[in-house]
Design a protein around this ligand. Structure first.
Ligand code: PEP
Ligand code: MG
Length: 576
């Protein structure tokens, strides 16, 4: 019997396909049932992989002892060897293969999750963190198994795509979908402005999150429909429901193609004000979409996506090539590149091992960059070198203190001096701007305005930090409210201060791409909207219908309201 589950819609569109269950720790792990006749072979496959890893660990220990490196290496290898011998781990996985016909990778990951859960119950923080060793040792075995594939079940030939079902997915996992022809994804946890959701929108794959127990409710290969516009997931639909959704999908495509007529229309309000429609991108791969809607430029290039989900960091040349590619393909248009905003949910590989009591309040964005000055300077050099290829502007994320800008400007000066000495060219007048996404910055704008050439409001974080709500936690997502009077005051105050001091201000958080807020932001005085290119035409349609003379006084009245319900009503009436 088909059944329906409701969650949070985070990426529009309809996907119809077969379930592929994944564990967030190792996306590449296949889950399938092994045919009975192959079960002994599957156990042997596991045994051999375990033996290979044992050999690797023993070799590692011998090398560490010979090189007289730290005794910690030996201790950590011993711990992992002990884990391999623990019946809770490998024996239990063998049991899952023979009893439940799980493939070896799936059996290992299931068992790993169980053991990790037990570690999480431990009170002693040191012992609790040993769960990282369990994960590492299992990862080693899985890597070996991936090099020796087993007997995968034959693929379905009904032409439908794959739908990923996971407890949670990191932004790095999600980027990987690009190369795997994934039709959509659903998760137990997550919020609409999490970076995973942002990546889903950028890849244009429908997604629904915050479904709580979907992983337990579906089976590998089961048929699933995702309605990423309404936040609905249908498990096991019959042919009639599938047809209905195919029809709905065609209707949505038709609506989108109608909007295409606005592609070359300038975004001008009824009373003649020009509004800039800028795009948010994650790399050169998004350029086709930017051009397809004829965006006025790039308002936010999230460069951290060059850094996450890989073992080695991109060097200066690799970064330079990526930045140059974007600048070259948008001649005459501004391209705002944000320095890497790693940390929190965009952790670098290997960095997750550091225990952070509260990652969103920890070492992320500019804080991380300044803590790793070499890595930061490499990026600044790449940006400076790329600056001769177009209208580059560089933007620094998550500023809260003047000294963060001062230190960044010093590093930029140092990078310029190096390039001078090496005879490499750059634009000496390169503009440096900053993101306003911490309430402290929005309340003390003077020090930012004095030092920077432009500002961009990151509403995703500004809302998260103003209302103390983790943007990726579905348990508090109902409290994440862009229309909270405090949030509106901070946004409006920043836009007005920019206008007073002649500093361009944009909004590049998800609010800029949501048609529910376009008139409100226009009425506050915003003239630069930066959003996922997929939203540009819809927002342009709103701009074309707006009369600012009429909107501005109404929005001023909204800004004086201090009851959320009244604000909501008044904002809805702006469109009426
Ligand atoms: C924001 O916080 O609004 C923003 C645009 O930055 P990010 O979503 O990458 O944190
Ligand atoms: Mg942000």
């Amino acid at each position: 019997m088909p059944f329906t589950i409701h969650g949070l819609p985070v990426s529009q569109g309809i996907a119809i396909g077969h379930v592929h269950l994944v564990s967030h720790a190792m996306l590449e792990v296949n889950h399938y049932h092994v045919a009975v006749k192959y079960l002994p072979e599957e156990v042997e496959r596991l045994n051999e992989a375990v033996a290979t890893v044992q050999g690797e660990l023993v070799g590692l220990k011998a090398a560490a002892t010979a090189g007289q490196s730290h005794s910690e290496v030996g201790a950590f290898v011993d711990l992992q060897l002990m884990m391999l011998a623990d019946p809770m781990l490998i024996d239990a996985a063998r049991h899952l293969i023979t009893e439940r016909r799980c493939n070896a990778e799936w059996a290992l990951v299931q068992q790993m999750e169980l053991v990790v859960e037990q570690f999480e119950q431990i009170e002693d923080p040191y012992l609790r963190e040993r769960k990282a060793d369990v994960v590492q040792v299992i990862e080693r075995i899985v890597k070996v198994l991936l090099g020796h594939p087993g007997h995968l079940p034959p693929k379905r030939r009904d032409g439908l795509g794959t739908i990923i079902v996971a407890h949670d997915l990191s932004p790095a996992d999600t980027i990987g979908f690009r190369d795997h022809n994934i039709g959509g994804f659903v998760t137990d946890v997550g919020g609409p402005t999490s970076h995973t959701a942002i990546v889903a929108r950028s890849l244009r794959i429908p997604a629904v999150v915050g479904l709580h127990h979907i992983r337990q409710l579906v089976e590998e290969d089961e048929l699933l429909i995702i309605d990423g516009t309404r936040g609905v997931v249908i498990v096991g639909p019959d042919e009639r429901i599938v047809e209905e959704y195919r029809l709905r999908r065609s209707e949505l495509e038709l609506e989108r193609s109608k909007l295409n007529r606005l592609k070359d229309t300038p975004a001008t309000t009824l009373d003649g004000e020009d509004v800039k429609m800028l795009a948010n991108i994650e790399g050169p791969k998004d350029l086709n979409q930017v051009k397809a809607v004829n965006a006025d430029g790039v308002g936010l290039y999230r460069t951290e996506f060059l850094f996450i989900g890989r073992d080695a960091l991109p060097d200066e040349d690799e970064q330079y090539e990526a930045y140059r590619a974007v600048l070259k393909s948008l001649p005459g248009k501004p391209v705002t590149i944000r320095t890497f905003d790693v940390g929190a949910d965009k952790a670098l590989n290997g960095v997750g091992a550091r225990f952070e009591p509260n990652p969103a309040l920890g070492l992320r964005a500019i804080r991380y960059s300044l803590a790793e000055p070499q890595m930061f300077k490499t990026q600044l050099r790449a940006l400076l070198r790329a600056s001769v290829h177009g209208q580059l502007r560089v933007m620094i994320p998550m500023l809260a203190h003047a000294h963060e800008i001062d230190q960044s400007l010093q590093l930029i000066a140092k990078a310029k001096a190096e390039l001078d000495a090496e005879g490499l060219k750059y634009n000496p007048r390169l503009e440096i701007g900053g993101m306003i996404e911490v309430p402290a910055a929005a309340l003390a704008l003077g020090m930012f305005i004095r030092r920077l050439s432009f500002l961009s409001i990151g509403t995703n974080d500004l809302i998260q930090y103003t209302l103390a709500i983790d943007r990726s936690d579905e348990a508090v997502v109902h409290l994440y409210d862009p229309l909270h009077p405090a949030v509106l005051k901070l946004i409006a105050g920043t836009i007005q201060a920019g206008a007073r001091f002649g500093l361009p201000v944009s909004v590049c958080g998800e609010m800029a791409g949501d048609p529910a807020y376009t008139l409100l932001l226009l009425g506050m005085g915003l003239r630069n909207f930066s959003m996922h290119p997929g939203h540009i035409l819809e927002i342009k349609q709103q701009v074309l219908r707006a009369d600012l003379n009429e909107l501005a006084p109404r929005v001023q009245r909204i800004l004086k309201m201090d009851e959320q319900a009244k604000v909501r009503d008044a904002v809805m009436r702006l469109a009426g």
